[in-house]
Structure formats: structure tokens, C-alpha cells
Design a protein around this ligand. Structure first.
Ligand SMILES: Nc1ncnc2c1ncn2[C@@H]1O[C@H](COP(=O)(O)OP(=O)(O)OP(=O)(O)O)[C@@H](O)[C@H]1O
Length: 260
């Protein structure tokens, strides 16, 4: 069953230099419980698409539903169904992990006791137990990312959107986050829609990949199917496959290897 479905989803920004067609028409479906890797070169329209699917940005064309809720007709329903972790996390506030989680629960209209209980559950689930009384400004990058995900899971969303969740993390923290994402899907049936510039990550984590370029979908399939079709063999690297599809060279976001 499709939990996300988009048809011709588009966004044009009006700028002083004229219109920018950030997303020109995205067609895609994501099945329930799927981990979908949403890939594309810099500026392809990934973040803009994520912001539209989570109701943070109004489309200028097309339509989409998330968990059966129409973006335009029922944005509140979409928001209830979604958790969203934006690029590079939240602010470095002088409040504790516990306060951050409880405040998030209150924003979702939990009572104080409910918010405290939910903060405890999330901390256990995401391995933040020991860090509850630490100031969020004193967390490592990986810990901060786990807190961001915990906050996005407060209301038990059906779909979790992650925008470059492991950018800037060391290999150990990245591997921990991969395990966490798989566990969320396996134990809770959460559908995960993630963008990444790391092709090894996309390959290891995703059930299916959707590749966008210049605001449209240019390829859609399992990693193996895309390698076979565009890379020439099932043993092709995703890097070569990606280059064959987009014709664009790698654009590393930092020193971590195999990034586009
Ligand atoms: N608010 C805005 N006003 C004008 N142009 C914008 C705005 N937001 C995004 N764009 C442009 O839209 C295009 C798509 O941007 P978007 O951030 O969605 O790409 P992306 O695929 O997420 O890129 P990256 O991989 O670099 O994060 C880019 O050309 C960007 O400059």
C-alpha cells in the first residue's frame, strides 16, 4: 500500500532574478514500511520536495498524499502522520535533553505527565537514557542527531523524513544511526524517506532509490535493479550507476568517502 504518493509535485520560487524552478514535477510512490533513499546532485530539489511533503512549503503545482491525507486539503492530517528531521539538527540551547524532549511532547499537546513519560520512552528507545540531564549544547554530533530523531518520533508518526541524517558524523556514529533507522522500520513499521549524499549509505539502507535531477525523477528502483539497468551489471558500484544516470560528477559534502 502506498503511504506517500506524489503526482507532478512542483515548486517555483520567485526571486529578484526571476523564477527558480526548484522542483519541476515529481511523481513517486512510497510503500508502507519501506526505506526510500531520495538521491540527487546538489540543487536537484531534494530538500524542497521534503519540505513540501511535510507541509513546510506550499507546492506551486501538482498534488500529493501522505498516509492518506492530501497535502492541500488536510495539511494537519499530514503533519500528524509525519516526523521531520531537517539538515544539521536543531539549535544548541542551554537546556537539557530531558527538557527538549518534554517540550516537544507539550508542543504535540501531551499533558505534562504524558510528555515526561514519552520523553522517558524515547530516551530508552534511542539510547539517550544516560544523557537526559546533559545540556543539548554538550552533545556530540551523533548524539544530537539521535535527539533530533527522538523529537521527530514524539507523536509516533507513520512516516519519518530524514534530510541528510548522517552528514558530518564519524563512521561509528553513522553505523549506529543506520541500525536505528532499520530498527524503527522493523519494530514499528515506520516508513523512512531519507536524502543522503553518501552512496554507500543509500546502498546499504534503502529498499528502493528514487534519483532526482533538475527537479524531476530520473530513475526509480531497487539499488540492484538500478545497477543492472544503468551501471551495466548488478556488481556495478552505486557511484558509477549514479554518474551514468545523472551525468554529473561527485560533489563531496565533506571528507567522508563515496559522496556525491
Ligand atoms: N527559497 C528559495 N528561493 C530561491 N531558490 C531556492 C530556494 N530554495 C531552494 N532554491 C533553489 O532550488 C534548487 C533546489 O534546492 P534544494 O535545496 O531543494 O536542492 P537539494 O537537492 O536539496 O540540494 P543539496 O543536495 O545541495 O542539499 C536550488 O537551485 C536552490 O538554489
Amino acid at each position: 500500500m502506498a503511504v506517500i504518493s506524489a503526482a507532478g509535485l512542483a515548486r517555483t520560487f520567485q526571486t529578484r532574478r526571476g523564477p527558480v524552478e526548484a522542483v519541476r514535477g515529481i511523481d513517486l510512490t512510497v510503500r508502507e514500511g519501506e526505506i526510500l533513499g531520495f538521491l540527487g546532485p546538489n540543487g536537484a530539489g531534494k530538500t524542497t520536495t521534503l519540505r513540501m511533503l511535510t507541509t513546510l512549503l506550499a507546492p506551486t503545482g501538482g498534488a500529493a498524499t501522505v498516509a492518506g491525507h492530501d497535502l492541500a486539503a488536510d495539511p494537519a492530517g499530514v503533519r500528524r502522520a509525519c516526523g521531520y528531521v531537517a539538515q544539521s539538527g536543531g539549535v544548541d540551547a542551554q537546556i537539557s535533553v530531558r527538557e527538549e524532549l518534554v517540550t516537544q511532547g507539550r508542543l504535540y499537546r501531551l499533558t505534562k505527565p504524558q510528555a515526561i513519560a514519552r520523553a522517558g520512552e524515547l530516551a530508552r528507545e534511542l539510547g539517550l537514557d544516560e544523557l537526559l540531564d546533559r545540556k543539548t549544547s554538550a552533545l556530540s554530533g551523533g548524539q544530537r542527531r539521535r535527539l533530533d530523531i527522538a523529537m521527530a518520533l514524539t507523536h509516533r508518526p507513520k512516516v519519518l523524513f530524514l534530510d541528510e541524517p548522517t552528514t558530518g558524523l564519524d563512521p561509528g556514529s553513522r553505523a549506529d544511526l543506520w541500525d536505528l533507522i532499520r530498527r524503527l522500520r522493523d519494530e514499528h513499521g515506520t516508513t523512512v524517506f531519507l536524502t543522503t549524499h553518501y552512496l554507500d549509505e543509500a546502498d546499504a539502507l534503502s529498499d528502493r532509490l528514487v534519483i532526482v535531477d533538475r527537479g524531476v525523477v530520473v530513475a526509480d528502483g531497487t539499488p540492484s535493479a538500478l545497477k543492472l539497468e544503468h551501471g551495466g551489471s548488478i556488481d556495478a558500484s552505486l557511484q558509477d550507476t549514479f554518474l551514468a544516470i545523472t551525468g554529473r560528477g561527485p560533489a563531496p559534502v565533506d571528507a567522508t568517502p563515496v559522496a556525491v
